[in-house]
Design a protein around this ligand. Structure first.
Ligand code: SF4
Length: 303
């Protein structure tokens, strides 16, 4: 929107925010070390994207422009790798400004990193909820601390549990991402069991499956090229998903989605507690289908 946007601002957003108003708040990611993540590592040999919090007046000017151009009635997505890395006071000003200037907004959302949440007090998280932050999207990727360490996620399972519970307690909805295949074959069982455990502890509002593909500008690319990391076959990705669902505790009432182009199936549930059997039977049908069993695995770098 604003021509003053720094070149480091990449406006990515979850597929569910495809029709939302995107307002850039941060550029880059304050962590940017995850081995599997290509988003801010620079493409075609360029240097990694810088992390920056945009000046408040620039963000407010964008909101004025959206309001003046009649972008009312749409969801708003505060864009950037992890806007929650910004000071709470700054975020509260933006949230209130959006709510004041733009009418009939069904939700305001953003990406969120667990460590950002842990650094904020309960009062700060409540202030964000009261100012109008409805939902945050958080990449859990795996509930296994071992896999998280190998992949340099910078957060372990217990920190995710703590952060997830605190977000929900503050009154903010939580959508978590699970990355199928992140433990390869060697750690697949651990990936399944620990991810189900963490999801059971948190009971997030929503969790979403994604499937690992490895892009050339990530550290994981070299491991894959050297044969040190193997991608799961499509049928084994679906098997991992089935096992995660099967291992959830009976308390889990989350919505579940496979709403990404990387997924090998598109099944969803508005309440996994009620739909668990249907979900498992559908995944079993995929797993037992010879066409899926014989589907070769391609590393898709064009997603
Ligand atoms: S996965 Fe998220 S936290 Fe990790 S580098 Fe990418 S944007 Fe940053």
């Amino acid at each position: 929107m604003d021509s003053s946007l720094p070149p480091s601002v990449i406006l990515i957003r979850p597929p569910v925010e495809a029709f939302s108003v995107l307002i850039a708040v941060t550029g880059g990611c304050s962590w940017n070390k995850c081995k599997f993540c290509a988003t801010y590592k620079g493409i075609l040999g360029e240097k990694p994207q810088d992390y920056a919090i945009r000046p408040l007046e620039d963000v407010l000017r964008d909101i004025d422009a959206f309001a003046a151009n009649n972008y009312h009635g749409y969801p708003v997505f505060l864009a950037g790798g992890n806007p929650t890395s910004a000071p709470t006071e700054y975020l509260v000003k933006i949230l209130k400004y959006v709510r004041g200037k733009m009418r009939e907004i069904p939700r305001i959302s953003c990406y969120c990193k667990a460590l950002d949440v842990i650094r904020k007090s309960d009062e700060e998280l409540k202030a964000l909820a009261e100012a109008g932050l409805d939902i945050v999207y958080m990449g859990l990727e795996s509930g296994s601390s071992k896999i998280l360490r190998i992949m340099k996620k910078g957060t372990n399972a217990e920190s995710f549990i703590k952060a997830g519970k605190r977000i929900l307690n503050a009154g903010i909805k939580l959508s978590m991402y699970i990355l199928l295949g992140l433990g390869s074959y060697e750690l697949s069982n651990e990936h399944v069991k620990e991810t189900a455990r963490v999801l059971t502890e948190i009971n997030p509002t929503i969790f979403r499956f994604r499937t690992l593909n490895i892009l050339p500008n990530t550290p994981l690319w070299d491991d894959w090229k050297k044969g040190k990391f193997e991608l799961l076959k499509p049928v084994d990705c679906i098997r991992e998903e089935r096992e995660i669902i099967a291992n959830l505790g009976p308390n889990v009432t989350s919505q579940v989605f496979n709403d990404h182009v990387s997924n090998f199936c598109s099944i969803e549930s508005s309440n996994i507690q009620k739909d668990r059997e249907m979900f498992l039977q559908t995944l079993n049908a995929f797993i037992n289908d010879p066409r899926i069993q014989n589907l070769p695995r391609e590393n898709r770098t064009n997603l």
